[in-house]
Every structure is written in structure tokens, then in C-alpha cells.
Design a protein around this ligand. Structure first.
Ligand SMILES: [Zn+2]
Ligand SMILES: [Zn+2]
Length: 451
């Protein structure tokens, strides 16, 4: 019998070590074994298995554990990538193995993501700096005199940050400073929504920061050269706005991350919890990861991809970070120095479906969906489809282990009850996975010709 290394596995050098890396998601709990260290004997043997190969008895013994785990398989069990016309889709959510090649399913056709959602119990307080709204309000009461503002919110005009500003201002009666990094790809509906929000919430104050177009163009060029992506969001928000929060003694900076955006870090590759670190220390860690220069890592884990994203943007926007670096330096020296605490809000009333959220925002602040757009996942950026397409290409070509985000998020939205499966399927058609989006060609031309 001839054996072969199963599709989507690849040997990668990480430092001096060789590892087997899986580009996909294995059925739970094997999702914890996507990166497997190899000894030199195993490396030599497995290297030969990129094509069907006879194995001697001794060789088979050495590779036994890989055969048992179906990482090395008889040639007849090799599983090629699905095609855009013939793929498997999860029976619970809408994740498919065309957009995420190497996605595994159990006997019931349930995908590996859904298996993780069912079996993992995320510890939100430690992994994502979550705070309950009662606790937030209580803490702020104690130090109301310290600042003109209770909370700064990173704001885009999209549905999630609009909801956050509205909820904090209207329901919790907090004094909100909305901070908006205005970038050329912000769509028109977001700009209109921002204006209407300020009219409907007369207590809310807004700062907008626009970087020079030249800096922005150079940034997307470098980001593409470094990581094969065009996305810069929301990196500049930290160096531009955190120092302002510090200057005004604002106790909290709210992170507008939605549950579907956090699904991978919470359920698929959770961080081991560090219970003893204070919220001040956690904030410093979050800021350091973004503000301090870092080398790029071999992109073999989801976490190393996130690290690289920050590291690349830090290099690109290096000059912007000086004020933030200074704050971090001082905070490390003076442990008593108060700094704005970064938190993600856990609301008491979950807003239910995305449609009911959008209806609420429409009624309360005149918020509108982008014209000609049905998908409710991302509502503020013009190059979302480009993000979809570039992430997809890199994942498919096994250059990245970072899942095409929108596929994961839209699927999670079904599981978490924001969308029906039918709605999600309808919205999925609009995402940029099936052919190169127009903006993709436009951006490629722009960075190649400089116009
Ligand atoms: Zn699923
Ligand atoms: Zn974006």
C-alpha cells in the first residue's frame, strides 16, 4: 500500500525546529493539535510523502502515530481541496470547506467550529477584558470628578460601535467621547450615520482624526508587501486616541468587539487564562502588543498571525506610536499612575438578532444600512470584500493559518442567534470569496503604478 501526507498538512521550519502545520480546522478536540513537533527522522520520512510512497515495515513503525491519527493516509484516502462548485457545508452553521479548505466535519455533518462552540466554555473576563455594565457604572461613579468624560469609544459609524455609543449614552447615562479614525475607505453611509448619531445624542462628543492620504497610501502598500493584505483597521486608533484618553483622565476606553469577532479567540484557540493579572496590567499588555516594535514570527498559529498583524502595522505607522510608548514607559515605572482601562462591555440585554439591532438603531438614531448592501456583518468599510478575498487566497495557498474571517463570523452569527441560517446564506453571497472583487484590482493597480 502506498501512503501520502494528507492534504492541508505541511512541514514548516519554526526557529530550529520542524513542525507539521494543519491549514484548516480539525474536528474537536483535535483542533488543539494543529501544530505538531517532529524529530529529524520523522521529517526525513514525511518529506517523501508529498507523493504516494511505499513504506517499509520499519518506516511504518516510525510513522505509526501519524497513520493512526490519519495525518498520513493510504493514497486512496487523500482528500483534495473542494471546488467552488462542489463543497461541503455545515448542517448547523454555514461554514464550508471551499472558503475554508481543510475544515473537518463529524458524522452528522457538523463542522469543527460548531463542535468547539458546543464544547468549549470561554472565560471572557480574562481572555477579552470583559466588564459587566453594572460594574462599569459602579466604578465610574467613584471617579466622576476626575474627567469630563466617563468613557471613550472607538467609533466607526458601523452598527456595532453606533450601538455601543447609543447604549452607553442613552441607557447608562455615561459621558461618552466617541473617537473616530477617519479613513479613506469609510463608506458614505457611515459618514451620514455619524452625523445623525450626534444629532440624536446631544450629549455625545466626537473627535475625528484623518491621516494624510500619502501616509495612508504608503501604509496599504507596505501592508500588502509584508502580509499580502490591505487592511489597516483599527490599528491607528490606539496610538492616536489612547494618549487623548490619558490626557483627559478618562477612566475607560471601550473596545467594540462583537461576540462573532471574538469567536476564534474565545472558542477555537482560547488563551490560557491568567487570573492574577490586574485590569491595569491587562490593559498594558494589550497596548504593548500594538505599540512596541516586534519581529515577524513564522505564521504557523492563529496567535502568531495576530502578532504579525500588529507587528507589521507598528512598523508601518511607527512615528504615530511615540506618545503611546511614552505612556507605557511611565506606567511601568510608576505603578500608582492611573491609566485608562481598556474593556469590552457585556450588556445585560443582548440585542438579539442583527435585524432587530438595526431596527432599533434606525428608530433611535436614524441609522441606515449601506446602500445596495444586504449583509449585516460589516457595515462601515468599503474594502471588506478585498479582505475576504485576500484572506481566502492566502489560506487556500497555505501561506496563512488565519481563517477567512467573514466566513467564520457569519457562521458564528447563525450559532449565536443573530441571523437565521437562510439569512446568513443570502448574505454570504455578497462576501468576496468567489471571485476577485473590483476594489481588489483597483488596489493592486494603485500600489503597482502609484496612481
Ligand atoms: Zn458549523
Ligand atoms: Zn477595514
Amino acid at each position: 500500500m502506498r501512503y501520502i501526507l494528507q492534504n492541508r498538512w505541511k512541514i514548516r521550519k519554526v526557529g530550529d525546529e520542524s513542525k507539521l502545520v494543519y491549514y484548516g480546522l480539525r474536528n474537536w478536540p483535535k483542533n488543539k493539535r494543529q501544530l505538531i513537533p517532529l524529530n529529524s527522522e520523522e521529517v526525513e520520512l514525511i518529506k517523501r510523502l508529498d507523493k504516494p510512497t511505499e513504506l517499509s515495515v520499519e518506516e511504518k513503525t516510525i510513522l505509526d502515530k501519524f497513520i493512526a491519527e490519519k495525518i498520513i493516509v493510504p493514497h486512496s484516502e487523500f482528500r483534495p481541496d473542494s471546488t467552488r462548485d462542489n463543497y461541503q457545508m455545515c448542517t448547523k452553521c454555514i461554514a464550508n470547506d471551499y472558503v475554508i479548505p481543510g475544515l473537518e466535519f463529524n458524522e452528522d455533518g457538523v463542522c469543527a467550529f460548531c463542535q468547539c462552540y458546543e464544547n468549549e466554555k470561554p472565560d471572557r473576563t480574562t481572555s477579552l477584558l470583559t466588564i459587566d455594565e453594572d460594574e462599569l457604572v459602579e466604578n465610574i461613579k467613584k471617579r466622576r470628578h476626575a474627567s469630563r468624560f466617563d468613557v471613550m469609544v472607538f467609533f466607526t459609524g458601523g452598527k456595532d460601535s453606533s450601538y455601543l455609543v447609543w447604549h452607553l449614552s442613552k441607557n447608562l447615562k455615561l459621558r461618552v467621547l466617541a473617537a473616530c479614525w477617519d479613513m479613506p475607505f469609510t463608506n458614505d453611509s457611515s459618514r451620514r450615520n455619524t452625523k445623525k448619531l450626534l444629532e440624536s445624542l446631544p450629549e455625545v462628543e466626537l473627535i475625528q482624526w484623518t491621516l494624510p492620504v500619502r501616509m495612508f497610501e504608503e501604509a496599504i502598500k507596505k501592508q500588502y508587501e509584508t502580509l499580502g493584505l490591505f487592511c489597516l483597521c483599527p490599528a491607528p486608533a490606539y496610538p492616536l486616541f489612547y494618549p487623548i484618553a490619558k490626557m483627559y483622565n478618562i477612566p475607560y476606553v471601550m473596545w467594540g468587539m462583537e461576540d462573532v469577532q471574538a469567536s476564534v479567540i474565545e472558542y477555537i484557540f482560547p488563551v490560557p487564562s491568567k487570573k492574577c493579572t490586574s485590569e491595569r496590567e491587562q490593559t498594558i499588555q494589550v497596548l504593548k502588543a500594538r505599540a512596541m516594535p516586534n519581529d515577524l514570527l513564522e505564521p504557523v498559529t492563529w496567535r502568531s498571525e495576530v502578532h504579525n498583524y500588529h507587528a507589521s502595522l507598528q512598523k508601518i505607522f511607527e512615528p504615530l506610536y511615540a506618545p503611546l510608548q511614552k505612556i507605557l514607559e511611565e506606567a511601568e515605572k510608576d505603578k500608582e499612575m492611573e491609566i485608562p482601562i481598556i474593556k469590552r462591555l457585556r450588556t445585560k440585554e443582548s440585542y438579539g438578532t442583527w435585524q432587530s439591532l438595526i431596527d432599533l438603531l434606525e428608530k433611535e438614531i436614524g441609522w441606515e444600512m449601506p446602500k445596495n448592501q444586504k449583509n449585516q456583518l460589516h457595515t462601515s468599510c468599503m474594502i471588506e470584500q478585498v479582505k475576504d478575498y485576500t484572506q481566502f487566497l492566502r489560506f487556500k495557498n497555505m501561506e496563512s493559518v488565519f481563517f477567512p474571517q467573514a466566513m467564520v463570523e457569519l457562521s458564528a452569527a447563525v450559532v449565536f442567534g443573530h441571523l437565521s441560517r437562510e439569512e446568513a446564506l443570502e448574505q454570504f453571497k455578497e462576501l468576496g470569496f468567489f471571485e476577485p472583487p473590483k476594489m481588489y484590482e483597483f488596489l493592486l493597480n494603485k500600489i503597482r503604478n502609484g496612481n
